[in-house]
Design a protein around this ligand. Structure first.
Ligand SMILES: [Zn+2]
Length: 269
């Protein structure tokens, strides 16, 4: 508790100079020490240059996400490494005798590994979401809570779920900060429907390419991302005959910009 008191003293000087309204103060215990959290009431807005771009995002196990331009962002290697280390630490705990001091030590080590992974994951989610929001005016992604209703108990899957949910939260947050439109769409049939003609092409998870009778052949996740973008635009009240990057640019940067402006002015009412 001494450490807590010390940080209270240090932080106390900051509070006296900080004019913002402090909503809540919490003391949090983590595996590597105590933290004092201050919840302050500050409105954060950042200037941003309109890009005239819209994107749809499909999250998956093969890549962290695939966008409607067919670009992919891989799952970071360092995260997989840390996750492996986490598993090893878990095993070490179970090998130690219950109640022994060695077990306590192993438990603390495991806790620190957990912290490391969750901090790395958070850092990755923040950086990736910020990049997406800054380089687009309109972002559509799948409503992951609905997607997660289909439960899968595999570790890899649950880790990804956690990362995606965090990513979605940061997308929403940065959307507000930068005045961009960020929309969550229902994930129904986004991977089955053809993004070109709209026909439903049923396929199992192992089929990685979308092949349709209309002649459309593209990566399964790219097809899903295009559907997600189309659904998002529809939800926002924008209708296009065909959906794609070039069409949106042709449709007009100014239009998309004014759309962003109206939506933000509405949200601040
Ligand atoms: Zn088709």
């Amino acid at each position: 508790m001494q450490r807590v008191l010390l940080s209270w003293l240090v932080v106390g000087t900051y509070i006296s100079t900080l004019k913002s309204e402090i909503k809540r103060v919490r003391v949090v215990r983590r595996a590597d020490g105590y933290y004092v959290q201050f919840c302050i009431n500050v409105e954060r807005t950042e200037e941003s240059i309109p890009t005239g771009k819209a994107t749809g995002i499909d999250v998956g196990l093969n890549h962290f996400y695939t966008d409607s331009n067919g670009e992919t962002v891989p799952n970071p290697r360092y995260l997989r490494k840390s996750e492996k280390a986490l598993k090893r630490a878990q095993k070490r705990v179970s090998r130690k005798k219950k109640g022994s001091s060695n077990r306590k030590k192993a438990i603390n080590k495991l806790g620190r590994k957990h912290l490391k992974v969750s901090r790395q994951r958070k850092d990755f989610a923040i950086k990736t979401a910020l990049c997406v929001v800054k380089s687009n005016d309109f972002v559509a992604y799948e409503d992951l809570q609905v997607k997660n209703m289909v439960k899968n108990h595999k570790l890899a899957k649950s880790i990804s779920d956690a990362a995606w949910n965090q990513f979605a939260q940061w997308l929403q947050y940065f959307g507000k900060v930068y005045g961009k439109i960020v929309i969550a769409v229902a994930p129904q049939y986004t991977s089955q429907d053809c993004s070109v003609c709209g026909n439903r092409v049923k396929k199992s998870l192992s089929i990685r390419t979308h092949i349709c009778g209309c002649g459309a052949v593209l990566d399964r996740d790219h097809n899903a991302a295009l559907n997600i973008l189309a659904l998002g635009l529809k939800q926002a009240g924008i209708t296009l005959n065909t959906v794609g990057h070039t069409e949106i640019n042709a449709w007009g940067q100014n239009d998309l910009y004014s759309l962003v402006v109206t939506s933000t002015s509405k949200s601040t009412d």
